[in-house]
Design a protein around this ligand. Structure first.
Ligand SMILES: *[C@@H]1O[C@H](CO)[C@@H](O)[C@H](O)[C@H]1NC(C)=O
Ligand SMILES: *[C@@H]1O[C@H](CO)[C@@H](O)[C@H](O)[C@H]1NC(C)=O
Length: 149
């Protein structure tokens, strides 16, 4: 029993940062992401696959000295405070909060980003890999239907 518990804890620690695909889909669905601003769950899945491979700890530095944070790869220049770049803090958060495996802050901030006029096209990963593509495969086998395409 004790051994099992230790193993479980280890598994959570090791795997905690990267979501399993369908688990991430269910998490986004229960957070009201399916159809949010007319963006289907399958498109959110495609976007986060290409941006971070569903990794909450993904961090990538850009040439303009801004940084993209977390599972949605949200940019520090416009959306959060990383104490380095100070153009705007649209989500009113510290960028590190976007790296939590408790993804509430990241999802709230992604909703804020998509409310801007350019919508989901704000994400290069989406424009490059998901726009005008059949994105249904990202939900395949999850037992979830995406409300829209
Ligand atoms: C979503 O799509 C509907 C139907 O095309 C449209 O009327 C509505 O304005 C859209 N909403 C947003 C937030 O884009
Ligand atoms: C960013 O966070 C730092 C550290 O908490 C704070 O000193 C600074 O005022 C913040 N900057 C902005 C633009 O919010």
């Amino acid at each position: 029993m004790k051994v099992l518990l230790v193993l479980l804890v280890l598994l959570v620690l090791v795997d905690g940062r990267v979501f399993e695909r369908c688990q991430w889909a269910r998490t986004m669905k229960s957070s009201g992401m399916d159809g949010y601003r007319n963006v289907s769950l399958a498109n959110w899945m495609c976007l986060t696959y290409w941006e971070s491979r569903y990794d909450t700890l993904a961090v990538n530095h850009n040439r303009d000295k801004s940084t993209d944070f977390g599972i949605f790869q949200i940019n520090s220049r416009w959306w959060c405070n990383d104490t380095r770049i100070r153009t705007a803090n649209g989500c009113r958060i510290m960028c590190e909060q976007l790296l939590s495996d408790d993804v509430g802050v990241a999802i709230g901030c992604a909703k804020r980003v998509v409310r801007d006029p350019q919508g989901i096209a704000a994400w290069v990963g989406w424009r490059t890999h998901c726009k005008n593509q059949d994105v249904s495969k990202y939900l395949q086998g999850c037992g979830l239907d995406s409300s829209l395409l």
